[in-house]
Design a protein around this ligand. Structure first.
Ligand SMILES: Nc1ncnc2c1ncn2[C@@H]1O[C@H](COP(=O)(O)OP(=O)(O)OP(=O)(O)O)[C@@H](O)[C@H]1O
Length: 322
């Protein structure tokens, strides 16, 4: 058994509507990795999760989860995974606490252990106050938190989470992020998470694949994806404009390999690591007595990357079709 996910040329066509939901998708997730599938509505994220968790079959291609083929050995795959899907089957007549205890029983916890685990999980997902209420009366966000708790009962080796924080308010979202980070870092759980939230993928994942219209359009660490649209930019203005040309020459001399551009009353500095080099610029100017009026750092966000990549893709497709 290993905690890896290996996907090769996965394709899924739904006969109904003849939708190609997943198109020749290949990727690997290493044991202990936190991996995110980032994409808009209808991109194919849920379909991929459903194939990997043995709920539906792919049309073609191959996938191994925890060392087992999802089609030939689905029961072995299920033994090692936890799944929190967008829609799950819970009994609306049970209370949240009863549902978690029931799940613990299914996983073979003794009664007292199950109660203890249920209490821990209710605290983690912040449902202690609602623990004695029937699930049928839970809000969407509460259901989502309960789903996560159910998934975590047996601390699975690989965890699949399909948009786990959609519809949650910021404090609930943060609590779930913390728990996911803890599971990944302390327990070593491999995590495959889908999300429409750029900041969620950016904040949690070691690596991200951007999926759009059934295809992976980019893969990399958050940093690598950001680097795809250029480096950080420092923009500054000096108190005394007359010093600007001299200051630019000075900076070029001090910061080898960095592009320093003199433009009207602004100095533009293209750097690799914005924050660190911003401090260096301030220090160098301070040393020489160049007083800074204003300094700003802008760095590309994943939003910028997503828009750039998906719009390039669309333009590409249009160009081919024309
Ligand atoms: N059972 C189904 N039958 C027919 N088409 C389907 C089925 N399930 C999904 N689709 C279609 O497949 C495409 C991908 O859907 P999928 O649910 O995988 O996207 P998603 O990225 O998870 O989106 P969301 O963020 O909205 O959940 C969509 O066009 C969707 O309408």
């Amino acid at each position: 058994m290993n905690g890896k996910i290996v996907v090769e040329h996965l394709t899924k066509t739904f006969k109904k509507g003849n939708v190609q939901a997943v198109k020749d998708v290949s990727f690997e997730v290493e044991e202990g990795e936190f991996f995110a599938f980032l994409g808009p509505n209808g991109a194919g994220k849920s379909t991929t999760v459903q194939i990997l968790t043995t709920l539906i079959n792919a049309t073609s291609g191959k996938a191994e989860v925890a060392g087992h083929d999802v089609i030939r050995e689905p029961e072995k795959v299920r033994r090692y995974i936890g799944v929190a899907l967008q829609e799950t089957g819970v009994d609306p007549d049970l209370t949240g606490r009863e549902m978690i205890e029931l799940q613990a029983n299914i996983f073979g916890f003794r009664k007292e252990e199950g109660k203890k685990r249920a209490q821990e999980l209710l605290e983690i997902v912040q449902l202690t106050e609602a623990a004695e209420r029937r699930i049928g009366n839970y809000s969407g966000g509460m259901r989502r938190r309960l789903d996560l708790a159910l998934t975590l009962v047996n601390e699975p080796k690989i965890l699949f989470l399909d948009e786990p924080t959609t519809g949650l308010d910021p404090s609930n979202r943060m609590a779930i992020w913390e728990e996911l980070r803890r599971l990944n870092e302390e327990v070593g759980t491999t995590i495959f998470l889908t999300t429409q939230y750029l900041e969620e993928a950016d904040s949690l994942a070691h690596r991200i694949s951007i999926i759009n219209d059934g295809e992976i359009v980019a893969t990399g660490t958050p940093k690598e994806l950001k680097a795809q649209i250029g480096n950080d930019l420092i923009t500054l203005t000096l108190k005394n404009e007359k010093q600007q040309s001299e200051a630019v020459e000075y900076l070029r001399g001090q910061m080898a390999g960095v592009d320093v551009i003199n433009r009207q009353n602004k100095v533009l500095i293209y750097v690799e690591e914005g924050t660190k080099q911003l401090l260096e610029v301030v220090r160098l100017f301070d040393q020489e007595g160049y007083e800074i009026e204003d300094i700003q750092l802008s760095s590309p966000t994943l939003d910028d990357i997503f828009l750039k990549i998906t719009s390039e893709k669309k333009e590409g497709v249009r160009a081919v079709g024309e």
